[in-house]
Design a protein around this ligand. Structure first.
Ligand SMILES: NC(=O)c1ccc[n+]([C@@H]2O[C@H](COP(=O)([O-])OP(=O)(O)OC[C@H]3O[C@@H](n4cnc5c(N)ncnc54)[C@H](O)[C@@H]3O)[C@@H](O)[C@H]2O)c1
Length: 252
């Protein structure tokens, strides 16, 4: 595995809070990075990201084709695109369930498959990192489809890790807790008291910054990671360990 300035990284969901932090961080390390996202609608100043819908294999393929021509075949793939739809499972529409599973699980599979095929074709001992969630092992009642999709993503990651270990392709997941990003960020901005209550529920007393997730991704994607595959880097300030019997004790 090569140093960062020899790496070509592709990142899905790259306009999002966490995806954009990952792109920026990998660039700061010296990698050449192509981040993609859905086409932007209605923005005053449209960005220049390649338009890619991870639920459409041909869209991913067209992007990777362009990346190959522009900078080469990926040595690192970061699968970050994700959505959620709130609601108790019993009330969830077919469309909401399908949308979440399509993007978070099937889209992640399409993206990883396309990237790994290119790694295999170019004989690259690359790295895949999925952005999962603590919700995979700590189900959230109000976003059940999201929890189910992230649990499926974990099994996808572990299976790919086994499938490609002998080829030197290491496949891992970062599982952040509550990040000041995406929907959580919106909710915190709307309701500062929710942010306070959330902090109180986290043993470390701290909400995660997107840059923290980017650093975790970079470690798993780096040449320094030589043997770790099929693992989950849970980065949640102890949130997964807290319970009603063992509540967080931080008072910040
Ligand atoms: N925010 C959190 O607290 C938190 C915690 C744990 C894990 N995560 C995970 O981190 C990842 C990024 O989330 P975020 O908080 O930055 O949210 P975000 O909404 O800011 O970013 C998600 C990005 O995915 C893109 N996307 C959605 N559907 C897509 C599709 N079909 N094709 C391509 N791109 C698509 C969106 O356009 C958006 O830019 C997600 O996978 C999310 O599940 C977030």
């Amino acid at each position: 595995m090569r140093p960062w300035d020899d790496q070509i990284a592709v990142v899905t969901g790259a306009r999002g809070s966490i995806g954009s932090a990952i792109v920026e961080h990998l660039r700061s390390l010296g990698a050449r990075v192509s981040g993609s996202d859905l086409p932007q609608s209605g923005a005053a100043a449209p960005d220049t990201l390649p338009a890619v819908d991870v639920t459409v294999p041909a869209s991913i393929e067209a992007w990777l084709e362009d990346v190959e021509h522009a900078i080469g075949n990926p040595t690192v793939g970061v699968i970050c695109a994700g959505i959620t739809r709130p609601g108790r499972l019993v009330d969830l529409s077919d469309a909401d369930w399908t949308d979440v599973l399509d993007v978070n699980l099937t889209g992640a599979f399409y993206a990883a498959r396309a990237i790994i095929r290119r790694m295999l074709a170019s004989n690259t001992a690359g790295r895949i990192v999925f952005v999962g969630s603590w919700a995979a092992h700590a189900p959230h009642p109000h976003i059940g489809a999201y929890s189910a999709s992230k649990a499926g993503l974990r099994a996808l990651c572990q299976t790919l890790a086994l499938d490609h270990a002998a080829e030197g392709i290491l496949v891992n997941e970062v599982a952040p807790g509550i990040v000041d990003a995406g929907l959580s960020r919106e909710l915190f901005r709307r309701d500062p008291d929710l942010e306070k209550r959330t902090r109180a529920a986290i043993p470390s007393g701290r909400i995660i910054h997107p840059d923290d997730v980017a650093r975790d991704v970079a470690f798993l994607a780096s040449a320094e990671n030589r043997h770790t595959t099929g693992t989950v880097l849970v980065s949640d300030g102890g949130l997964s360990l807290a319970s009603a019997m063992n509540p967080a004790t931080a008072t910040r």
